[in-house]
Design a protein around this ligand. Structure first.
Ligand code: NAP
Length: 335
C-alpha cells in the first residue's frame, strides 16, 4: 500500500487530497503542528483513517523525524501561511513557513532518504509535491499565464511561494529528487477558510438569509479571479506525482469572474439581490493588487489529461448550500 505524507492536513486542500488518496488505496499521514491545535479533534472526527503525525514547517528536526518514521512514497507540501492579506502583516513568518518551509521538507527528504544519488536511486525514493501559486505571476507579463510565464509576485506571500517554487526546481536539478510543483490558481470549496473572499461571500449570503447578519463588507469588487473547485485540483496534484519524470504544471480553469459576480451568484442562490447587502471598504483592499490572473492549463490538459469538472456557478452554489446548512444547524443548537 503506497504511503503519502501531507503537510497542511488541516487546511482545505489537505482535506480533499486525503479523501482522494484514501480512495486510491493510500495509507495517509497528516502533519499537524502545535501542542493543542484546535483542529486536531476535528481532523480525528472528519478523517478518522488519516494517521496524525506531529511536526512544524519551522522545525527542521521535526520534519526529519516524521520522514524517518513514516517512510512515505509521496510527500505533498501543502502547509503555508496561505492568506495573501495576512502576509503583509506577517511578512517574515510568511517567508519562514511558506518559503523556507518547503526547503526544510526537501532537506528532510534529502538527508533522510539519501536521495542525492542517481535517477534510479531517487526514483525508488520519496516524491515531493510543492503547492505553488498563481500569485507568483502577480503583475503579469503575459495573459493567460502558463508554465513559462515569468514571475512578478506582488505580495510577501507571492514572493515566498516563488522561493519555494525555485528551490523545488533546484532540488530536482541538484539532487535528482522527484520534485514537482503545481502552480495552482484560486480554488475554493465548503472547506475554504472563512477569511477568503469566496467563503466570506457564501457565508455572508447564508447568514443574511437566516437573519444573523445584516450586511457584507468586502474589499474591491471589480478584480477578476480564475476560480475552480478544490476537489478537482487535488486530483491534478496526484496525477503529477504519477508521471515518469517530475515536471511543473499550471492548474486553473482558464476563465475568470469578478468578485461581484461571485456575490451575485451567492445571493441569487438564497433569493436575495447582492447589491442590497454588499458594500466595499478600502481596509479590505490589497496594498498592491495582482493583474488579471488567468490560467492556460493546456499542458495539464495534454500531459495529465486533467480537466476541471465543477463550474464556477456550481462551486458557489455548493458553498452557499453548505453554509446555509451549517448556519441553520448552529442556530437550531443555540435556540
Ligand atoms: P489552508 O487551508 O490555509 O491550509 C494551510 C495549512 O498549512 C493548514 O493546515 C495549516 O495548519 C498549515 N500550516 C501553517 N503553518 C504551518 C507550520 N508552521 N507547520 C505546519 N503546518 C502549517 O490552505 P489551502 O487552501 O488548503 O492551500 C494549500 C496550499 O496550496 C497552501 O500552500 C496554499 O498556499 C497553496 N495554494 C492554495 C491555493 C488556493 O486557492 N486554495 C492556490 C494556490 C496555492 P493549521 O491548521 O495548524 O494552521
Amino acid at each position: 500500500m503506497p504511503r503519502a505524507l501531507i503537510t497542511g492536513i488541516t487546511g482545505q486542500d489537505g482535506h480533499y487530497l486525503s479523501e482522494h488518496l484514501l480512495k486510491q488505496g493510500y495509507e495517509v499521514y497528516g502533519l499537524i503542528r502545535g501542542q493543542a491545535n484546535p483542529k486536531r479533534p476535528i481532523l480525528e472526527r472528519t478523517l478518522p483513517d488519516v494517521h496524525i503525525v506531529d511536526g512544524d514547517l519551522l522545525d527542521q528536526a521535526s520534519l526529519m523525524n516524521v520522514i524517518q518514521k513514516v517512510q512515505p512514497d509521496e510527500v505533498y507540501n501543502l502547509a503555508a501561511i496561505s492568506f495573501v492579506m495576512l502576509s503583509w502583516n506577517q511578512p517574515e513568518l510568511t517567508g519562514e513557513i511558506t518559503g523556507l518551509g518547503a526547503l526544510r521538507v526537501l532537506e528532510a527528504i534529502r538527508l533522510t532518504a539519501g536521495a542525492s544519488g542517481s535517477r534510479s536511486k531517487s526514483a525508488a525514493g520519496i516524491k515531493f509535491y510543492q503547492a505553488s501559486s498563481s500569485e507568483m505571476f502577480g503583475k503579469v507579463r503575459e495573459t493567460p499565464q502558463n508554465e513559462n510565464t515569468p514571475f512578478h509576485p506582488r505580495s510577501p506571500y507571492g514572493v515566498a511561494k516563488a522561493y519555494a517554487h525555485y528551490i523545488t526546481v533546484n532540488y530536482r536539478e541538484s539532487y535528482n529528487i522527484f520534485a514537482c510543483s503545481g502552480i495552482l490558481f484560486n480554488h475554493e470549496s465548503p472547506h475554504r477558510g472563512p477569511e477568503f473572499v469566496t467563503r466570506k461571500i457564501t457565508l455572508g449570503a447564508a447568514r443574511i438569509k437566516l437573519g444573523v447578519q445584516k450586511e457584507l463588507v468586502l474589499g474591491a469588487l471589480e478584480p477578476r479571479r480564475d476560480w475552480g473547485y478544490a476537489g478537482d485540483y487535488v486530483r491534478a496534484m496526484h496525477m503529477m506525482m504519477q508521471l515518469p519524470e517530475p515536471d511543473d504544471f499550471v492548474i486553473g480553469t482558464g476563465e475568470t469572474h469578478q468578485i461581484k459576480e461571485c456575490a451575485q451568484v451567492a445571493f441569487e442562490r438564497v433569493g436575495l439581490n447582492w447589491e442590497d447587502y454588499v458594500r466595499s471598504d478600502a481596509q479590505f483592499m490589497r496594498p498592491a493588487e495582482v493583474d488579471l490572473l488567468i490560467a492556460d492549463p493546456a499542458k495539464a490538459n495534454a500531459k495529465l489529461g486533467w480537466k476541471p469538472e465543477v463550474s464556477f456557478k456550481q462551486l458557489i452554489e455548493m458553498m452557499v448550500d453548505s453554509d446555509l446548512a451549517v448556519e441553520a444547524r448552529a442556530q437550531a443548537a443555540s435556540a
